[in-house]
Design a binder for this molecule. Structure first.
Ligand SMILES: Cc1ncc(COP(=O)(O)O)c(C=O)c1O
Ligand SMILES: N[C@@H](CCCC[NH3+])C(=O)O
Length: 439
């Protein structure tokens, strides 16, 4: 078992994070409960920024807020001087509610609506990452009507298959995202953007996928993009000021994962960009990246209370917890794996191997298969590590299970940053079949 960040076992054998006993947090705030190690998020953010600074490269590190978007998290990103990638009106609204500087917001998405584009133009956000011709035209027309000019990057798909789960691959040509780099779409989009007085083309964006452990895909993407940029320089006299290479830097969930340090991705990317710029006699553009998982993934831990058990004789021990796919859909969606311990028996040796079942009415709602644990009973608290990215943000109300609360911990202090949903919340938007007459 490898602990991340400030997680450790305290003097009474409990898991402690950010200087706070997690068993106490479970008692105080209930379970399931998301806990975030704020110091670890800060360290991750600073490490990305330091790497760019030490290499003298102008950069923006944009937190991909889809990984975990709440007002407090966005404020933390602002405190750390990050930019912000948003992908919907809801994420943009959250950023505005958090008071995030609009000029540091980048707006993504493969199907932004007119209303979303309008809202983002009105808020004067920093950049639109235009995904397709439909959006290009709509954005141009809107800006024209409003007499505004906005910054744009064009998202391209370089035709690269990174090694990761099929559902989180995005760099291949047959993808719902972006303009094909090889099939002429990107050339056409650049032409259209350059013609528009309302769109200021800063450069290109590409994101090849998520949870990637090697740099090969990023470097190949940079190379292919530069080959294209060279053509645009010659034929259209266009040189980008920005190259955004997206996120996707992998993290360690279990001992099966062996990621390189985040700084190494950045160093190798910068090396390649410099090499390619030199090859084509171009200026090194500003480099933007969009880490999500690698900023918040291992900073998150979920606490559950153990409930029922079921033994299938000679086959398996199922141990159920009070959450599951409603707060973390990743195991059901991607067969994602996690490590876990009993937070209140953190020093005890494993005595049995159990499979952790969620409480939703789905056989696929299994959080962890074959987990070695000390004997687990109904007073015990299970702590699942590395749930900080795409956990809470993909939480849902299947079976009308309310979403968990979220607590930030740092330096011995805790702060509730998202309240637990209630049953009242579950029916808040429902309307009755007929108006009830008050008697
Ligand atoms: C465009 C874009 N940027 C950034 C990210 C963040 O990726 P990750 O959380 O893997 O760093 C994603 C998600 O995969 C994305 O689609
Ligand atoms: N939600 C995914 C990653 C997709 C990222 C969004 N492009 C995950 O949990 O791994």
């Amino acid at each position: 078992m490898q602990f991340h960040g400030t997680a450790k076992v305290n003097s009474i054998g409990h898991l402690e994070i950010g200087g706070i006993d997690t068993v106490k947090l479970a008692e105080q705030y209930g379970t399931p409960l998301y806990i975030y190690d704020v110091a670890l998020i800060r360290e991750r953010a600073r490490s990305f920024k330091r790497t760019f600074e030490s290499l003298g490269i102008k950069a923006q590190v944009a937190y991909a807020s889809k990984a975990f978007s709440t007002v407090a998290m966005v404020q933390l990103a602002a405190e750390e001087g990050l930019s912000l990638d948003v992908v919907s009106g809801g994420e943009l609204y959250t950023a505005m509610a958090a008071g995030f500087p609009p000029e540091k917001i980048h707006f993504h998405g493969n199907n932004k609506s007119l209303e979303e584009l309008d809202m983002a133009i009105e808020k004067e956000i920093g950049c639109f990452v235009v995904d397709n011709f439909y959006e290009l035209e709509m954005l141009n027309d809107l800006c024209l009507a409003k007499g505004k000019q906005v910054n744009v990057l064009l998202r391209v798909t370089p035709g690269i298959e990174a090694h990761t789960h099929d559902y989180i691959l995005t760099g291949q040509e047959d993808s719902k995202f972006g303009f094909g780099l090889q099939n002429g779409q990107a050339d056409e989009a650049v032409e259209a953007a350059l013609k528009s007085k309302n769109l200021k083309l800063l450069g290109v964006h590409c994101h090849i996928g998520s949870q990637i452990f090697e740099t090969t895909g990023f470097l190949l993407a940079a190379k292919k993009i530069f080959e294209k940029l060279n053509g645009w320089k010659k034929e259209k006299s266009f040189e980008p000021t920005v190259l955004n290479l997206g996120g996707g830097f992998g993290i360690r969930y279990t001992s099966e994962d062996d990621p390189i340090p985040a700084s190494q991705y950045v160093e190798e990317i910068i090396d390649e960009v410099k090499k390619q710029a030199k090859r084509f006699d171009m200026k090194v553009p500003e480099i933007w990246i969009e880490p999500g998982r690698s900023l918040v993934g291992d900073a998150g831990t979920t606490l559950y209370r153990i409930g029922s058990r079921k033994e299938v004789p000679n086959v398996r021990q199922y141990v159920a917890v009070d959450g599951g796919m409603s707060d973390n859909i990743r195991p059901a969606l991607y067969q994602a794996k996690y490590e876990a311990i009993l937070a209140n028996k953190a020093l005890e040796e494993p005595e049995e191997t159990v499979s952790i079942a969620g409480k939703a009415c789905e056989s696929g709602d299994m959080l962890i298969w074959d987990l070695p644990l000390p004997k687990a009973g109904s007073t015990d608290i299970l702590a699942v590590f590395c749930t900080g990215a795409y956990g809470y943000s993909m939480a849902n109300n299947y079976n009308r299970i309310p979403r968990p609360a979220v607590v930030f911990v740092e330096n011995g202090k805790e702060r509730l940053v998202v309240k637990r949903e209630t049953f009242e919340d579950m029916v808040r938007l429902d309307l009755p079949l007929e108006e009830r007459v008050n008697k």
